[in-house]
Ligand binder design. Structure first.
Ligand code: PLP
Length: 463
């Protein structure tokens, strides 16, 4: 850190002779100025009185750039009075969407029954409804005892991996991924091993490539379908081949299906649990996206497949669920009406619906661009455009996202935030009104055109 700060102080015009002296000088000045912090006073028990609080080393490789440095910069700009268009997060309530009224009513009418801790796995009636939904989808052996309700899928992803992993165990994750999967793997002592979902293959994984990554340490295969960030929706045959890989190598299938009903242009969602059959499979769903109720913090996971094989794992999940007592009871009352009453998301994703029209605006914006390509998202709440090489050969997704924010007041998430090395992508959400997305693409194009011109000028100067 000190060395990096010192480097930052070296001046570009320092010649090769002067640079080391200036660096040394700055290092000494900096060390002297931080001395009280790094060589603190020793108290009478020999404990450094001013020692800084050091966070856990487990966090060293943990990232969540969706709410990272760029977002903090956007907040600063907002505080300075700028109007920032934020496209960084799939939070429907922030873009004028509301949870269906009957979910709110269910919560209100059961408020008086929500004072006590509930069952560690969730309200019985809610678990019955989730089990019924899963069985109707073809999942094998799903009963309320095999359902776990949590404070969002986020909590359950951590729980599922904590109950599974030994230090050094490997988890197969998509690249790009939803970064919580990587973070939770690392925090629980595991090692993420990424399988590619490249734009050139419609952002779909290749089961042969996935299988080639399996080692004796591999424990689980994670699928995110419909996918965040790419919007890919996996066909049945592909899921079958991936389930076959899991069967051959005794892997636990982890299916993040939180966007299961958010589908466009006739795309069909195939639940993994049905093709997995008797294989142990943990399927995740929730209220956040399909029911536009992120703030309720209600998600669930459902364990399917032959019960004896996953009995010990189920018990471990129950123990971890019990350790945190229970999920927020109040919001769980919304689960039953969410799953049993008529679905509400279709009106938004069908032609004329807000999400459908937003997606159209994005597709048109990309089609009109000189610099962008896009695999049209078939599901979920995002688009993951790619910047072509021709006009901007040395594209850096992070500097692009920073320039877009600083120069055009638009916040997107760079592709590399989703665990893709050297990404030429960025992610934006489909949640804003279509007119705003049209404006966003005008601004994106202005930045890309400037970048292309700068690179052409630099190349011409060298030639
Ligand atoms: N999984 C995926 C793929 C997501 O995109 C998200 C949130 O954006 C989550 C899980 C977390 O959802 P929840 O709000 O239920 O914690």
């Amino acid at each position: 850190m000190v060395w990096r700060l010192c480097l930052a102080r070296a001046r570009p015009d320092d010649g090769p002779k002067l640079a080391p002296y200036r660096l040394a000088l700055h290092c000494i000045t900096l060390l002297a100025s931080t001395l009280p912090a790094i060589a603190p006073v020793i108290d009478h028990e020999g404990i450094p009185a001013l020692a800084p609080i050091i966070p856990s080393a487990h966090l060293a490789d943990v990232r969540y750039e969706i709410r990272g440095a760029l977002t903090r910069r956007a907040r600063e700009l907002e505080a300075a009075g700028l109007d920032i268009i934020k496209l960084n997060i799939g939070n429907p309530g922030r873009y004028g969407f509301e949870a269906p009224a009957h979910l709110r009513e269910a919560i209100a009418s059961h408020l008086h029954e929500s004072d006590a801790y509930g069952h560690e796995q969730g309200l019985e009636a809610a678990r019955e409804a989730i089990a019924a939904q899963q069985r109707a989808r073809g999942a094998y052996h799903v009963q309320p005892e095999r359902i776990f309700i949590g404070n969002g899928v986020s909590e359950l992803i951590d729980l599922a991996l904590r109950a599974l992993l030994q230090p050094g165990d490997e988890v197969l994750l998509p690249s790009p991924d939803y970064p919580l999967w990587s973070a939770a793997t690392i925090l629980n002592g595991g090692r993420p091993v990424y399988y590619r979902c490249a734009a050139s293959h419609g952002h779909l994984p290749d089961p042969d490539e996935v299988e080639a990554l399996v080692t004796p340490r591999t424990r689980a295969l994670v699928l995110i379908n419909p996918n965040n960030p790419t919007g890919a929706v996996y066909p049945r045959e592909l899921l079958q081949r991936l389930a076959d890989v899991a069967a051959r190598h005794r892997l636990l299938l982890l299916a993040d299906e939180i966007y299961d009903e958010i589908l466009y242009d006739g795309a069909r969602f195939q639940p993994l649990a049905e093709v997995a059959g008797e294989l142990p499979c943990l399927s995740f769903g929730g209220l956040s996206k399909v029911h536009r109720a992120c703030g309720y913090r209600v998600g669930w996971m459902s364990l399917s497949g032959e019960p004896a094989r996953s009995a010990a794992y189920r018990d471990a999940l129950q123990l971890l669920a019990a350790l945190r007592l229970c999920a927020n009871v109040t919001a769980q009352w919304a689960v039953l009406p969410a799953l049993q009453d008529a679905p509400t998301i279709g009106a938004l994703t069908a032609p004329g619906g807000r999400l459908h029209e937003a997606r159209e605006a994005v597709l048109r914006g990309v089609a009109a661009s000189e610099h962008l390509d896009l695999v049209a998202p078939a599901g979920a709440l995002y688009a993951f455009p790619q910047v072509r090489t021709e006009g901007i050969p040395s594209f850096d997704d992070e500097s692009f996202a920073l320039r877009l924010l600083e120069e055009e007041s638009v916040l997107v998430v760079p592709g590399s935030s989703f665990n893709v090395p050297r990404s030429r992508h960025f992610r934006l959400t489909l949640l804003p009104p279509p007119a705003q997305l049209r404006e966003v693409f005008v601004r994106i194009e202005r930045v890309l055109t400037r970048m292309a011109r700068e690179q052409a000028d630099a190349a011409a100067a060298v030639a």
